[in-house]
Design a protein around this ligand. Structure first.
Ligand SMILES: O=c1[nH]c(=O)c2nc[nH]c2[nH]1
Length: 450
């Protein structure tokens, strides 16, 4: 089904600002031939009656609520087979013991294809309409992931992982040299940008140094130059754990954010995963560069040794979105990412050691409310990527999921509740895949949801 050149009538819930929910009840959204929203008409608006009389309007039944599609700002696509598994080691051991051996297998496209296909289908069915993907070190398999996103209609940003330092990366899974790493990155950029079925650029290339500990200075310097030359997005990990943060301090005598900036890797289109140990000065630097953080609340529980100070970052007007960090986080759902964002912020606020007096236990003022988490998972992701997504407003792409609160096999029970704020909470805390009835990207219905 296609909504391009048509309109949809229903109740829409979105969060243009942190901490606020806007309810667009009985609202008509008109979409042009490219999938862009051209009008949002509420019942009191002039022209509403005539517009809703159109015969080509998709009218949603009662009990349906439309949310903006989720923007997942941090996914390791090849790690999907290990989702919910192998979370018993610290980051530096986990990478060498489980993750690099798994990722190395994507040299075989017959291994990669079914796994990448399942991932893209499952994420769409979960309501992730935009995905920022780390692929693997392999050029061909990275191109394959981009092809699958294009074929399935997911908005995606796809990067070939650069990891060229022999001191940190195993022989069986490493770029042969900085030159080879950059050549592979260029090849993926060209593949995605010239793909004949990607003329509307729904899939974009991303320059992807894995993280400073896995890259040589030569590769980081060349990737910074490439970012300026190609005007591509950039993604990497930043100050994730005590070990990763400490590695960079030892190597350069300053933080990840300073080092990435010195390589030209902090741009308006940069997304730094985790970033838990950012100093105030690091945050200020990111604000100046307009670079974003992908907050991965669930994965941080396993690997970060700390909770990201999200409230402090937002008070500084840092761009922040949310990420599942498949498979560092054992859930592929952005609903879960919203829930965990709220939950860990409460732990940070109140503290966790009951032997301490309440007044000394936590970091007051750290709590994040559900509406802010939802804003970050949608509009915040759009701002981070500098793309017109995550809101229902003219000029934005029609990326959306339709929630059926009445689905018998779902996990939302409203018991007659109709107050939109309460319904919103029930959806965010309760929705599972069976409640996601339709997923739209650019005004096109994507595959089977359940
Ligand atoms: O959570 C993580 N997952 C990874 O694959 C990775 N690589 C570097 N740092 C990382 N952190």
């Amino acid at each position: 089904m296609i909504l391009r050149g048509r309109a949809i009538l229903g109740t829409f819930l979105h969060a243009p600002q942190q901490g606020t929910l806007e309810v667009l009840a009985d609202t008509l959204i008109e979409i042009d031939a490219t999938g862009t929203i051209t009008a949002v008409l509420q019942p009191t608006d002039a022209g509403y009656a005539e517009a809703t009389d159109r015969t080509d309007v998709l009218r949603l039944p009662r009990g349906r609520y439309v949310l903006p599609g989720f923007v997942d700002l941090h996914i390791h696509a090849p790690q999907y087979p290990q989702l919910g598994q192998a979370l018993d080691e610290p980051l530096e051991v986990w990478l060498q013991k489980y993750t690099f051996p798994l990722e190395a297998r994507y040299a075989d496209l017959d291994f990669a294809r079914p796994r990448y296909t399942a991932l893209v289908e499952d994420l769409l069915a979960n309501g992730t309409t935009t995905a920022l993907y780390f692929a693997t070190q392999h050029t061909e398999a990275t191109n394959l992931l981009a092809d699958i996103c294009i074929d399935k209609g997911q908005r995606a940003l796809v990067g070939k992982v650069v990891m060229d330092d022999p001191a940190a990366c195993p022989d069986f899974y490493r770029d042969a040299s900085p030159e080879a790493a950059v050549a592979g990155t260029r090849a993926v950029i060209d593949h995605i940008r010239t793909h004949p079925a990607n003329t509307d650029a729904r899939v974009l290339p991303v320059i992807t140094p894995r993280f400073i500990p896995s890259c040589t200075d030569e590769a980081l310097t060349a990737l910074g130059q490439l970012a300026a030359e190609c005007d591509c997005h950039v993604q990497t990990h930043c100050s994730e754990s005590d070990w990763a943060h400490g590695h960079v301090l030892n190597r350069y005598g300053h933080t990840d954010a300073q080092a990435l900036d010195s390589f030209g890797l902090l741009t308006r289109k940069s997304v730094l995963a985790h970033s838990n140990f950012l100093t105030d000065a690091d945050m200020d630097r990111l604000v100046v560069r307009q670079s974003a953080v992908a907050h991965c609340a669930l994965s941080n529980i396993y690997f970060a040794n700390a909770v990201f100070p999200l409230r402090r970052a937002l008070e500084k007007h840092l761009h922040v979105g949310l990420g599942t960090d498949i498979s560092g986080g054992p859930s592929a759902s952005m609903f879960e990412a919203c829930r965990t964002t709220v939950q860990v912020s409460r732990l940070l606020q109140d503290g966790v050691d009951p032997t301490l007096p309440a007044a000394n236990r936590g970091t007051p003022g750290s709590a994040i409310d559900l509406k802010t988490a939802f804003h970050l998972a949608t509009a915040g992701g759009g701002i981070a990527l500098d793309l017109p997504i995550g809101l229902f407003a003219p000029g934005y792409r029609f990326d959306a999921l339709v929630i059926d609160t009445t689905a018998a096999s779902g996990s939302i029970r409203l018991f007659g509740e109709t107050q939109p704020g309460a319904v919103f909470e029930k959806i965010l805390y309760g929705a599972s895949r069976a409640n996601i009835e339709q997923v739209w990207v650019d005004g096109r219905l994507t595959g089977q949801t359940h």
